[in-house]
Design a protein around this ligand. Structure first.
Ligand code: IPM
Ligand code: MG
Length: 357
């Protein structure tokens, strides 16, 4: 029997609560399959700073490198807010992305029909939305040098090389071929040189994919179009900072930031995590929405383990539990039943195992 080694990095805030439910969902999936999981926990973010004075201990990095996949919770803790950049929890996440060269970040936003009422937009605008943001994750403004903060002067640099743009663009085009074959590349080519290079490299790559439709939007227009008519999008390809912003925006279309999963992929171990943050205000209250994490586990099964059937089983279980009327607080609407983090996880596990809920 195959045993997959999964690194669990719960992190901060609600991270441990949602990762616990993701782990249970994976275990439930394995129960009816011909494989097993070996879960090993590691420290990252504020939790790692607390224990070891380092947001990304080398032992965590080694654990990730030797695992088949990484499931991460959330990172960020206001207790470290006043620290310099290198002593902040976020450094752990950024360091992980860089060390594992996770250049392609996939953030799908799908609307569950039963959640239409929870969307920030009118149902007729969001109904049928099914888009995927492909965010470049190891370059751009987040990592560009030089960077500095001294006295009253601070700066960062948005850098992209041809190589960095090309590899994420190819990833997006390959992915689009498995979807509706449409890519919208988002940049700010009317102002930024880095975006001019971005656009021309994306156009070159597009020439190799004549079967995929490509168009280009400026980031400001894209942010507006996402609210005006989200159904027009299939794959959105963009850089690190723009992708960060657009993915939070896309999350609200689906009703809650608590719904959006993500996969960060490179040539080494891939990392799966909910798009939401550590939500310190609700940490430890057993009310966080575990669906983004459980849905990230479906992406893990699909992309890292090639277990599409099991991935679909998780996705179907989530849809069924929602359709039956169960909601965590963040997506509750009149007439639905509000459940805790733990209960939501349990309902999804039971459904995965084919039990009646
Ligand atoms: C995300 C988060 C991170 C980012 C933070 C926590 C560093 O917002 O994954 O979207 O900006 O990439
Ligand atoms: Mg973000």
């Amino acid at each position: 029997m195959t045993t997959y080694k999964i690194a669990l990095l719960p992190g901060d805030g609600i991270g441990p609560e949602v990762v616990a439910e993701g782990k249970r969902a994976l275990e439930a999936t394995a129960e009816r399959s011909d494989f097993a999981f070996d879960f090993v926990e590691g420290l990252i973010g504020g939790a790692a700073l607390q224990e070891q004075g380092d947001p990304l201990p080398s032992s965590t990095l080694e654990l990730c490198r030797s695992s088949d996949a990484v499931l991460l919770g959330a990172i960020g803790d206001p207790r470290w807010d006043t620290q310099p950049a290198e002593k902040r929890p976020e450094r752990g996440l950024l360091g992980l992305r860089q060390s594992l060269q996770l250049y392609a970040n996939l953030r799908p936003a799908r609307i569950y029909p039963s959640l239409l009422a929870a969307s920030a937009l009118r149902s007729e605008v969001v109904d049928g939305t099914d888009l995927l943001i492909v965010r470049e994750l190891t370059g751009g403004l987040y990592f560009g040098e030089p960077r500095s903060l001294t006295g009253n002067l601070a700066f960062n640099t948005m850098v992209y090389t041809r190589h960095e743009i090309e590899r994420v663009a190819r990833f997006a085009f390959e992915t689009a071929r498995k979807r509706r074959r449409k890519i919208t590349s988002v940049d700010k080519a009317n102002v930024l040189e880095v975006s001019q290079l971005w656009r021309s490299v994306v156009q070159e790559v597009a020439a190799d994919y004549p079967d995929v439709q490509i168009n280009h939007l400026y980031i400001d227009n894209a942010a507006m179009q996402l609210i005006r008519d989200p159904r027009q999008f299939d794959v959105i390809l963009t850089g690190n900072l723009f992708g960060d912003i657009l993915s939070d925006e896309a999350a609200m279309l689906t009703g809650s930031l608590g719904m959006l999963p993500s996969a960060s992929i490179g040539n080494l171990t891939a990392v799966y995590e909910p798009v939401h943050g550590s939500a310190p205000d609700i940490a430890g209250k057993n009310c966080a929405n575990p669906i983004a994490t459980i849905s990230s586990c479906a992406m893990l099964l699909q992309h890292s383990l090639g277990r599409s059937q099991e991935a679909e089983r998780i996705d179907r279980a989530i849809a069924k539990v929602l359709a039956t009327g169960y909601r965590t607080k963040d997506i509750a609407t009149p007439g639905t039943t509000t459940v805790t983090t733990r209960e939501m996880g349990e309902l999804i596990c039971m459904t995965i195992k084919g039990e009646q809920i």
